[in-house]
Write a protein that binds this ligand. Structure first.
Ligand SMILES: [Zn+2]
Length: 332
């Protein structure tokens, strides 16, 4: 593992780091609306990625993303997997021979270097359970409820080579997005499949969306049982604060730090500085600075305008810096 990326799992005066959940608006110039109703052309993809990188650099985000601008997280991941047609599964799944997500990350890294931005990138993979639940199943092999296990594990084997490609290309912080994990979803199966992918990830992170309150303790318990456990769980902070009985010790026992989501992404407006700063401070008090790895928006920013996205990531950096400054002044 390279020293620059290893250091991002360690602590410094300015922790928590600032990063994002992954998706940015697919916008091809600063004044246009996000293109959500069709796939972007290759030229549009490059323009959108360049904007995403420059915006993060300008705002002072610590760990960058390429913005997942090609489409929904399901579509982006399905592109290269044999057996998929769009997000329809039309044949038994195979091993992808190429990776457009890697191509996009490499392009993002080249844009960053051209602009003098030397921050590490976080790569993204859409998790097997999410792919299984959001794809249209059109083959008998996966059609019945009892075939879910085969589907989820086949997806894990199709996704693992993507993780290996990212890591080999130097993208060692890899977040698996599993927005469908909630009560009623087979969480043990989900983690069994995730362990297959994590075997190839130097620094594995997971993002789970919305209300994790009823499942969070189970997620920690499943993490403890993995051969290659997640090192960070990125979740919505307001729900984390409500998990009954959750203590810093529980996170430490599970080997997990938190990516603390503290900005609403469902609206264009941005919370006032005092509110975001207060929420970060309360999280640090409750769980300890050692256990909050990063602050993030609560979820992806794909549906926001570029101007709202810019305001939100600037606010996050500003709030984190205010917290850090106050801690330095207090000598803590
Ligand atoms: Zn999310």
């Amino acid at each position: 593992m390279s020293s620059s990326e290893t250091s991002y799992l360690q602590l410094s005066d300015i922790v928590p780091w600032v990063t994002t959940t992954g998706s940015f608006p697919p916008v091809v110039d600063a004044d246009s609306e996000p293109i959500l109703d069709r796939p972007l052309t290759e030229e549009e993809v490059r323009k959108a990625i360049a904007l995403v990188v420059v915006e993060q650099g300008r705002a002072g985000v610590d760990i960058l993303v390429c913005g997942q601008v090609r489409g929904t997280i399901t579509a982006i991941q399905a592109y290269d997997i044999p057996g998929y047609d769009g997000i329809r599964i039309v044949d038994r799944l195979g091993i992808p021979e190429k990776s457009r997500p890697l191509q996009d990350l490499e392009y993002a890294r080249s844009v960053a270097l051209e602009n003098g931005i030397t921050k590490p990138f976080k790569a993204h993979i859409t998790g097997p359970s999410t792919m299984a639940h959001l794809s249209a199943i059109e083959v008998p092999e996966y059609s019945s409820d009892s075939d879910l296990r085969r589907l989820v594990l086949d997806l894990a084997h199709s996704l693992a080579p993507q993780a290996e490609r990212f890591a080999n290309a130097g993208f060692e912080i890899i977040q698996i997005d599993e927005p469908v994990l909630r009560p009623g979803v087979n969480l043990a199966l989900a983690f069994e499949a995730l362990d297959i992918i994590n075997a190839y990830i130097p620094v594995p992170l997971i993002h789970v969306c919305r209300n994790i309150e009823p499942i969070f303790m189970e997620l920690l318990s499943l993490n403890r049982k993995m051969k290659n456990p997640f090192q960070v769980m990125c979740v919505e902070g307001k729900h984390l604060m409500r998990v009954p009985g959750l203590r810093a010790r529980d996170l430490e026992d599970a080997g997990v730090k938190i990516g603390f989501g503290c900005l609403d992404v469902s609206k264009e407006s941005v919370e006032p500085l005092f509110q975001v700063e207060r929420d970060i401070r309360i999280a640090l008090q409750r769980f300890g600075i050692d256990n909050i790895w990063a602050v993030t928006p609560e979820c992806g920013l794909r549906r926001r305008s570029l101007s709202a996205t810019r305001a939100k990531i600037l606010r996050l950096v500003e709030a984190r810096n205010a917290v850090a400054q106050r801690r330095q002044l207090a000598g803590t």
